[in-house]
Design a protein around this ligand. Structure first.
Ligand SMILES: [Zn+2]
Length: 476
């Protein structure tokens, strides 16, 4: 989902937005892969972009294309497994294994193959053709995330050609249905029905994280270590109803509206996690960072609540510091001339790692403060525990990042949205987002019109992904 771009937006000021069109191009270039690998990565990227993998089409064709590439490169068929849920044959996944020396549990790299719908009439270019123009590659999935998929396929081929044997098995799963609206999420299916194929002690996902340019410089690199848990409630109330000419004291719409008014004024308590604490501490050190003093103060134990209050005026920082619940849908009544018999609201919550559904529910019941309003959870949450930014993982990530782009600060981040990490974290596997793509701080075209990735940035990410696979498959 490339959720971390939200972070960049929040940090961006109006001034930065004005200069962003030239941003990045001035930064010192990083190393590139050998010319033949660069070319091959671009060919794979083109092939994947031009296979439509929206939910209506599914991911199997793309999975087959990847399998064919790997088989042609000499991977044995027993190590390139194509699997789809029997009831969803179009929602295929392909899982590749490069055998290691069994020094530790495998590492699993993840890349989703599906893309968000794109209507050609909304785009300047055909979204399902790779177009190169003005230093950019355009196409649906250019940044989310066929760029990462292509980089992983090419790196696997390069590693095999070079005879590289990792210390522990290196598994790469290219999967279906990460984006909202899918019905056959690949990682969930693989973890449930093919755990042996994907069992690992570490997940590296290229669907988040990545570098942020600010005013033409490489400002920082994000490493996604956690995300919030998605919870949706329905609040409902009823009243006797009756003729619209005879209103009385019991009215479902007013009762619900009053309760939602109380919710609007409520804030969950400030809560820091190891990730958000480290994230604020790291952001406070960035040059020209606004709110540096407040970020330092909030990163202390215990956090400075006055500083937290000031930071919370920014919607992004507010979401970092609190579990949030907000009304997103409302319905009520049944006729213009009748008193309502029913009113209903959807309340969307995003829960911090470490918070609990019971706590969120009891807070909502207390705040809505009306025994005649029922509260039901729409679907069981997929709890997403934090993968702590341990010294071990941060050190490894820094080795790879700094071999490419020396001196770049690494910032652990908590996404406010969600990705397939919730599946693997919920299955007990620490999972980290480590995309190698750099984009302007205010650029967010994932899911949008004219989605694009810089040509130079794509090429560098191919080299980065190759190095990342080598380092992350070292023994613990
Ligand atoms: Zn994505």
């Amino acid at each position: 989902m490339r959720h971390t771009t939200i972070v960049r937006q929040a940090l961006c000021t109006g001034l930065l937005a004005l200069t962003a069109s030239v941003a990045g191009r001035a930064a010192t270039p990083g190393p590139l892969p050998p010319a033949t690998d660069r070319q091959l990565a671009r060919e794979i990227f083109k092939e994947l972009i031009e296979i439509n993998t929206t939910h209506a089409h599914g991911s199997t064709a793309a999975a087959v294309a990847i399998r064919n590439r790997l088989l042609a490169a000499g991977f044995p068929a027993t190590d390139v497994i194509l699997v789809a849920p029997p009831e969803h044959p179009a929602k295929g996944n392909v899982v590749v294994r490069l055998h290691g020396k069994e020094r530790g549990q495998p590492v699993l790299f993840l890349g989703h193959l599906d893309v968000v719908e794109a209507r050609p009439e909304d785009w300047t270019f055909d979204p399902f053709k790779l177009t190169q123009k003005g230093g950019w590659f355009y196409g649906r999935g250019a940044i989310d995330m066929k760029d990462g998929d292509a980089a992983m396929v090419e790196s696997l081929i390069r590693l095999r050609r070079e005879g590289f044997q990792p210390e522990r098995d290196l598994i790469v799963a290219f999967t279906a249905d990460e984006e909202a609206g899918g019905d056959a999420n690949g990682p969930a299916f693989l973890l449930k029905d093919h755990r042996d194929l994907v069992n690992a002690s570490l997940v590296i996902n290229l669907d988040g994280g990545g570098g942020a340019y600010r005013t033409g410089e490489r400002a920082y690199m994000e490493i996604g270590t956690s995300e919030k848990t998605y919870l949706t409630y329905t609040a409902q109330t009823t009243s006797p109803g009756g003729h619209g000419s005879l209103p009385g004291p019991d009215n479902a719409i007013y009762r619900l509206a009053d309760a939602l008014g109380r919710l609007e004024k409520f804030a969950f308590p400030v809560m820091l996690t190891p990730t958000t604490r480290a994230s604020f501490a790291a952001r406070a050190e960035l040059p020209h960072g606004p709110n540096s003093a407040d970020m330092k103060a909030v990163a202390r134990t215990p956090p400075d609540l006055a500083a937290a209050g000031r930071l919370s005026r920014n919607v992004y920082f507010n979401a970092q510091l609190h579990t949030t619940c907000v009304a997103t849908l409302i319905t009520g009544g049944h006729a213009e001339n009748a008193l309502p018999q029913r009113a209903r609201a959807t309340i969307q919550c995003r829960m911090l790692p470490g918070d609990s559904e019971e706590h969120v529910r009891s807070a909502l019941v207390r705040v809505l403060d009306d025994p005649n309003i029922s509260l039901t959870l729409d679907a069981p949450p997929i709890v997403s525990p934090e993968s702590a930014p341990t010294t071990a993982i941060m050190t490894r990530a820094a080795r790879v990042v700094h071999s490419m782009w020396p001196g770049v600060p690494l910032v652990p981040t908590m996404a406010t949205g969600f990705s397939d990490d919730r599946q693997t974290r919920n299955a007990g596997i620490p999972s980290y987002d480590l995309s190698g793509i750099w984009i302007d701080a205010d650029e967010n075209r994932a899911h949008g019109r004219d989605e694009r990735v810089g040509v130079r940035e794509f090429d560098e990410s191919v080299e980065y992904t190759y190095r990342l696979m080598k380092v992350m498959s070292e023994a613990d």
